[in-house]
Design a protein around this ligand. Sequence first.
Ligand SMILES: NC(=O)C1=CN([C@@H]2O[C@H](COP(=O)(O)OP(=O)(O)OC[C@H]3O[C@@H](n4cnc5c(N)ncnc54)[C@H](OP(=O)(O)O)[C@@H]3O)[C@@H](O)[C@H]2O)C=CC1
Length: 262
Amino acid sequence: MKRIGIIGVGEIGRAIVDGLYYRGDDAPEVFLSPRGARTAAELSEHYEGVRVCPDNQAVVDRSEIVIIAVRRPDRHEALAGLVVADDKIVINVMAGVGGDDLRRTLATDAPLVRAIPLPAIRERRSVTVTYPSHPVADSLFEHLGGALPVADEAAFDVFSALTGTLTTHYSYLAALTSWAVGHGIASDDAESYVRSLFQGVGRALNDETRTLQQLAANHETPKGNNERIRTTWFTRANSEALAQALDDLLAGLRGQRGSVRR
Ligand SMILES: NC(=O)C1=CN([C@@H]2O[C@H](COP(=O)(O)OP(=O)(O)OC[C@H]3O[C@@H](n4cnc5c(N)ncnc54)[C@H](OP(=O)(O)O)[C@@H]3O)[C@@H](O)[C@H]2O)C=CC1
């Protein structure tokens, strides 16, 4: 495994380090930027082979793969002026920061790969979308749960928009729980029951022999309770509103990519 540097050691930076060390197999040397000091210190204490560098340039110099995981507004402060040799591989996980934008900021000819790691990467349980495909980046994410290289940045934006639906899903489960509580069910009971219902859904999703439509159909009795909620609540209007919200998000992501000269 190659030497890996991470600039921006926050939520997702930590998840990537945890994933790299998840089974302790073939763990690489990891070099962290000094910002996000508390997380960086915790990781370097916890994992032998993880070190905190004095500055961002030192992260680049010591690494073969450099992962950029600062927030979009912080990218100039974090990256401008860094010297990135052409033999490095840069992995950009910043949402809404296109390849052209990053290349202008870094002024390097090194390969730049966009990626969408998710928090479950810490247990090597999430598939990471990448663009453009690069054998080193793809094999890194294969090791961390799976890589899904896509054909162009437009497709990358579609996957990026899909990741924007995750917290709505949790909120949906919380709304179900609140509804039951409103009908006199103890909050702990309601919450643990909803969790158990949807953990079952999560397990069923592992069955890739059935499409999502088939899974839905297989769990539904004709004229039964599930069909009733699906057809009375998740109506065409509701489904179209969801598609519209995703379209708007996608337009925003593509707009950010097109207006990047700050
Ligand atoms: N969280 C997620 O699930 C995912 C996040 N992303 C992307 O990853 C990026 C980071 O997100 P997330 O981890 O949630 O954010 P966090 O705020 O948790 O982490 C960002 C880190 O960047 C550090 N930072 C800020 N300025 C600099 C600098 N000049 N040099 C070095 N480090 C700096 C911050 O340090 P300090 O605390 O000192 O300010 C902080 O530790 C974002 O662009 C986001 O779009 C992508 C996929 C998933």
